[in-house]
Design a protein around this ligand. Sequence first.
Ligand code: UDP
Ligand code: MG
Length: 360
Amino acid sequence: MPEAPDTTAAVTVLSVVVPMYNEEEVLPALVSRLRPVLAGLGVGYEVVAVDDGSTDRTAELLAAFRLGWPELRVIGLRRNSGHQAALTAGLDRAHGAYVVSLDADLQDPPEKIPEMLELARAEGLDIVYGIRADRASDTGFKRWTAGLYYLLVRRLAGPSVPAQAGDFRLLSRAAVDALRALPDQQRVYRLLVPWLGFPSGRVTYERAPRPAGRSKYPLGRMIRLAVDSVTGFSAAPLRIATWLGGFAFLVCLTLMVYTLSAHALEHTVPGWTSLFTGVLFIGAVQLICVGLLGEYVGRIYTAVQNRPTYFIGHDTAQGEAGNRVVGPGGGHDAAHAGAAIPPPAEAGTPLPQGSSGVRT
Ligand code: UDP
Ligand code: MG
């Protein structure tokens, strides 16, 4: 099937990728703040709104806003795939010479985008991080868990990871292409981008409270992000097993000396408590170690399966008929690997496997 003509590719200097999941409450405010900022830049731009399988009126509102804002491009994913996968879909399809990723919830100010672009152009940078200078608006729990998260990942993935840099950042075309060429499946961009090590700068801002809607990162997803961050960048946790084993061995040696001398001195007592504690301790240590191994084996399994992390439902830049299944970029223009599949009404039917979307 021939590709539908791409309507925004020609003169796009800046793409702003905005993943959104059930953001109907905040969308009008986002449009009213983002649009004047981008219009004021005086360069060709597109806003790539990635609707991550929203179940509220997000898609409807986006379609309505598009009528009066031709630079708004809407990519609909067929199902909820998670923040990082939605970001991947946007990065894979953005056309701009520079690409800014921005959360939909206005916690990161769009007004900083011109500063980011100016800095990148003036100094020839590939990456400009948005650094949260002030998180006073976040809850104490969020600040505490975020502090712990950055401490952990900086220790494991190296100090090149800027603390308090979320997913508000600017990337050059070279950086985006480099990221797309990576084989990683469970992507955590806030670690992958610093790993690139391309020339980078920083713009600081105050993190605002969410003006509307709820956080889409409940505790479970935060833990998942932390586990993906750690296991994606370091094998150090595997070494915990060795250390725990060594520690348990030392404890056993001491206890052995004690039991042997107690036996020799005929001081043997029932000792149920110490025995039971020892058994529990060894059992717990073993389970932790098996769990750690499982995390890494799981990653290998996912990598070997090489399944797409998202499925494109439609992309307005390819005409409303651009109804394809598309996998992760991985350095290829995934759109060309897409196969036509039934319209959304039949989206519940099994998706074609193999030929479509899977990286070659
Ligand atoms: N998001 C998404 N898919 C999801 C969860 C979140 O695209 O499955 C988007 C969400 O709409 C928002 C961004 O990711 O634009 C960050 O989410 P959120 O603001 O809820 O996270 P928090 O700021 O609370 O960490
Ligand atoms: Mg947020």
